[in-house]
Design a protein around this ligand. Structure first.
Ligand code: ZN
Ligand code: ZN
Length: 134
């Protein structure tokens, strides 16, 4: 069982399948979450069970819905409208060590002092349809 929730416990979730984990270095994720990069647990929307309160949604100018807890401020989710999957912040999972990262995306926006010697592929921007740069 892959589960988690926000800092205050108002929002809880369970995942029915093991998520794919992606490290995103884009500036929007940095700004939204307030972290130097963001690890996302990606799962099919149908496999996410939300318990308790629904996240408050910030709709960005790119039509992305970023969910957060209105009580404690934890960043919870990233959802592209009409998408079939949803991304959940790995940092809110009960056991982040239970999932395995698969790649880095938006490496061209990576903060230069972040060095990742983890052997994972790095993609300049989105990974779909492109080759890793290292
Ligand atoms: Zn909360
Ligand atoms: Zn991002």
């Amino acid at each position: 069982m892959f589960s988690g929730g926000c800092y205050c416990g108002n929002i809880r979730y369970e995942m029915a399948t093991e998520p794919t984990v992606v490290h995103c270095h884009c500036n929007n994720c940095k700004r939204s979450v307030g972290s130097s990069f963001v690890s996302w647990a990606v799962i099919p929307l149908k496999d996410l069970k939300q318990i308790g309160e629904q996240p408050t949604i910030h709709v960005t100018d790119e039509k992305v819905e970023r969910g957060f807890c209105s009580k404690c401020g934890s960043s919870i989710s990233y959802f592209q409208r009409d998408g079939e999957s949803i991304d959940i912040t790995v940092g809110t999972m009960d056991d982040p060590s239970s999932v395995k990262p698969s790649k880095h995306i938006w490496d061209r926006k990576r903060i230069h002092w972040i060095k990742m010697d983890d052997g994972l592929p790095h993609f300049s921007e989105w990974s779909a349809g492109s080759e890793p740069i290292e």
